[in-house]
Structure formats: C-alpha cells, structure tokens
Design a protein around this ligand. Sequence first.
Ligand code: NAD
Ligand code: ISE
Length: 337
Amino acid sequence: MVRIGVIGCGGIGVEHIKRITNTLSGGVVVAVNDINQEHAEQVIKDLGLQAKFYADGHELVHADDVDAVLVTCWGPAHKEYVLDAVNAGKYCFCEKPLATTAEDCLEIVEAEMKQGKHLVQVGFMRRFDAGYVALKKAIDAGEIGAPLMLHAAHRNPVVDDRYTTDMAINDTMIHEIDVLHWLLDDEYVSAQVVYPRKTKYASDHLADPQIVMVETKKGVRIDVEIFVNCKYGYDIKCEVVGEDGVAYLPEPATVQVRKDAALKRPILMDWKDRFIEAYDVELQAFLDNINNGTPLNGPTSWDGYAAALTADVCVKAQQKPGEILPIQLKECPEFYK
Ligand code: NAD
Ligand code: ISE
C-alpha cells in the first residue's frame, strides 16, 4: 500500500484524492497540505480521510509515513516540492507543468539522475487515454503509412478573467505539446503562432482563438487550434494524415439519438469528464509500479522538460505572430531513453 501525501487540494487535487480513496487500489492518502488550511481541513473532513494536515509542505514530504508525494498545487510551486521529494528519494506524481521553466525542469532531471532511479511521473494523462493509445497503435502499425500532417484542436467552452494569452500555451496546449510528439514518436523543431479573428466572448486581455503550428524533425506539419471560449463544449480533436490514409482520435462514447427529424449526440462540457478514465489509469499505473517495484512507465521528468521548453518557444512565438522560431532541446540522456 503506497502511503501518499498530497500538496494542494484544489480542483484536481480533490479529484485525485477521491479517485485514490474510492476508485483505485493500492494507495491511501495519509497526509495533506495546502496554503489554505481551512479548506484542506474541510476536504479531510468531507472525504472522511484518515489523514494528517501539514501546514508546511516540506514537512509533509519528509514525514516517515509518506512513501510518495502527489503535487497538485498551482504550477509555480511544483518545482520546490518535486525537487524536495526526489532529493529525499521519494516517488512523486506531479500534475502538469513539472515546473514553469525549462531550467527548473532540468534541475529536477539532474536530481533524479543522481538518485539513479525514476521517481517522477508527470500528469500528462492523455498518454493513458484509450483513444490516444488506440490512435498511436494504428500509426505504429503503419495503418496510414508515414504521417505527413496533423490537425488538432483543444476547445474549452469558457475560461474566467484570470486566463491570459500565454496560458493558452502553458496551461492548455501543453497537453498537445506532450501527447503529439509521443503519438508520432518525433521531436519538435520549430513553432509559429497566428491569430484568427477574435471571438467577442474573449476578455480584452486574451487573444482567442489562436493557431499554433509546429514542425517535427521528420518534417510532419502540425497545426493546433486553441479556442477557450468556444461556448458549445469541451472538445478535443486530433486527425493524423498519412501517406496511405487518415486516422482520427475517437469521439467520447456518448449516446446517439434520432428524434424529431434530428440526429443528436451530447458533447461533454468539462475536461474532468472527458479524461476521467485516463486520470484513473495514469494514477493506477503509478501506484501499481511502486507496489510491484517495477519502473514508472508514465511521462518522465525529461518529458516535463521537453514540454516546458517547447511551451517557452511557443509563448515567444505568440509575441511575434507569423515568425517561425526554432525549438532546440538538449540531447536526451540515456537514463530517459
Ligand atoms: P486550483 O487553483 O483549483 O487548486 C490549487 C490548490 O493549490 C489550491 O487549493 C491552493 O490553495 C493550493 N496551493 C497554491 N499554492 C500552494 C503552495 N505553495 N503550497 C500548497 N498549496 C498551494 O488549481 P487546479 O485546477 O487544481 O490545478 C492544480 C494543478 O493541476 C495546476 O498545475 C494545473 O495545471 C494542473 N491541472 C491539470 C489538469 C489535467 O488535465 N492534467 C487539469 C487541471 C489542473
Ligand atoms: C486545464 O488546466 C487542464 O489541464 C485541462 O486538461 C485543459 O483542457 C484545460 O484547458 C486547462 O485549463
């Protein structure tokens, strides 16, 4: 049984605590930290957890009865806790982003290599989504021949006023940044951003929608539409065009109804529902690997670095619309291959 300490019990922290407690096997939440003590204590009470509240997240990391740390606080605080856990030789599941800069991610990479063991899994859950896994299997099996182009869209129905233009990359498209190179078994080499006509629903300080175009080492051209005030639903699209055919990310299984001279299918509104199974599978894999003593098999610290560096370039490209900027990753160490 993996005894888990959770740092940050906001939206996704609570979702993960609930799944560890009610849905998954092999893990138990024994410790909780949040800068909002009152809220954290309420979460412990509401969910009936046998967990201790720690006012200091670092004390939680070092607690003797904590085997693994779940970092689900806001992004800028991820690095200090992940680094602390790794230096203490503890397993750590960190929600995206691993850290907010590529340099900070590299610090984690170096600390992990020093431990000589994979300790970190990053919460890029799409790699565990049945649809993406099936799509990758089809591509790897050569069903569509060599991939040439990829068209993707990441649409949220609405965002609040705190959402800024760079968040379209750092908070939203970061999922495509991670999953698409994994899907194609490729690396990014350049990025470019263009802005279509702005929707009237976006706040003054937000450019929405945006189109990010990236090119890979093998020459695949990828375009990702990010549209976070699309109104109608939470919609994730991915179409891979190959030499011999085209493969699509499956739509979520919702019921189709023929009625009143119309064909209807609901579209989900919330990311929590769209990827609910993927979140379960990624965390179950984390727990199983620790319990079985097998290596972690999810996105690594290196994947966190690659995503952060690519996101940095995309954010720079946002500031120079139309300009193509190079993406230059460091050489991947043997440890992560
Ligand atoms: P949130 O704002 O709902 O919750 C964040 C919580 O962290 C709050 O309770 C806050 O009080 C706490 N916190 C902030 N700074 C802290 C610190 N220094 N120490 C301890 N606690 C601190 O945010 P959220 O939506 O739950 O997002 C949390 C993280 O999860 C973000 O990094 C976000 O990008 C990521 N996330 C991932 C997905 C996904 O699909 N994988 C979805 C949503 C959020
Ligand atoms: C959120 O933080 C997530 O990670 C969701 O998966 C993503 O779809 C959404 O756009 C982000 O705001």
